[in-house]
Design a protein around this ligand. Sequence first.
Ligand code: HSE
Length: 310
Amino acid sequence: MAQQIKVFAPATVANLGSGFDLLGLAVYGAGDEIIVTENNLNKLFIEKITGDENKLPLEAIENTCTVAMQAMLDELKIKTGFNVAINKQMPLGSGMGSSAASAVGGVFALNELLNKPFTKTELIQFALEGEYIASKGYHADNIAPCMLGGITFISSTQPLKMHALPCPDNFYITLLHQPVQILTAEARKILPPHYTRDIVIKQNAAIASFVNGLHQNDFESISFGLRDFIAEPYRKNLIPHYSELKNIAMQTGAVGYNIYYSVPAVFAVSSEKETAEKIAHVWKNYFIEINCPCLCITSPINKEGVKIIS
Ligand code: HSE
C-alpha cells in the first residue's frame, strides 16, 4: 500500500508589532490539514484543495505547498512522486499565515515519508521557497513559528539564523479576521523603501523592549514592544474598523494591539485568558451590530508547531 501521512500546520502571527519580518508565533484554532500520499508517477500532483472557495491554484508549480516539496525533492535528487490534498482551515489572504502553513505542512509531511533526512529547522529553507511564490520575499517570520511552534526571532534569512524566545504561559492572543482579501505581496509594495533615523531608533527600542519583556515576563515591556513604526502606519488604512477595534481592545484591558500579519487581520495580546476572551466577545458584538461577518479566535501560544495527525 502507498505510504501516506496526514499533518496539521498551524496559523501564525507574523511581525508581532515591532518585529517586522523578524518575529512570529504560532497559534491554535486555525491552520492547514495536509495529506501526502506516495504515487508511482514521479511527479507532484495536487489532488484536491478544500476550504479555499476554489481560489488556490491546483498546478503544482504554483502552489506554495508543492513548490516547497519540489525544492526538497530537488535537493535530495529524488524522483518519487506524491499526491497532495490540502484542507484549508483558515481564510485565504487572511493575514493568518495561510501560504506558509501549506509550505510547512508539505515539506514536513514529505520529510516524514522519506524517513526524516532533515531536521525541522533544516526544512525551513525549503518551506521558504514555497512562501516566496506567495509573498515575493524570503521572510521566515511565519514559516519558522509554524514549523517549530512558540515565538521565533529570525536574525538572518541568508544564511538562515533563528532563535526560540521565551513563551510566557499567560500570553494570550485574540485575533480577528474580516472577509477582506489583501495579499502579502500587495501589502509589501505599499511600504516605503527607506525610513528615517528617528523611525529606525523607535523601532529598535520597541523590538528590544518586546524581547526583554518575554525574558522577564514583563508585560509592560511587551506592551511597549507591540508598537510598530514601519508597517502599521501604512497598512492600517487598508483594514476596515482598524482604530475602533484598537480602542475596544485597549479599553477591555489588552496589553497591545496591531496588525496580525501583513493585513487584513488584527490581533490583541492579553496577559490573562479572561481578558483575551472578553476582547473576542466585544469584537464579535461590534461586528454583529454593524451586520458584518468576522472570524475571531482566542489562543495561547502554540508551542508544538506542525505535527502529525495520522
Ligand atoms: N512579515 C511579512 C510582512 C508577513 O509583514 O509583510 C509575513 O512574512
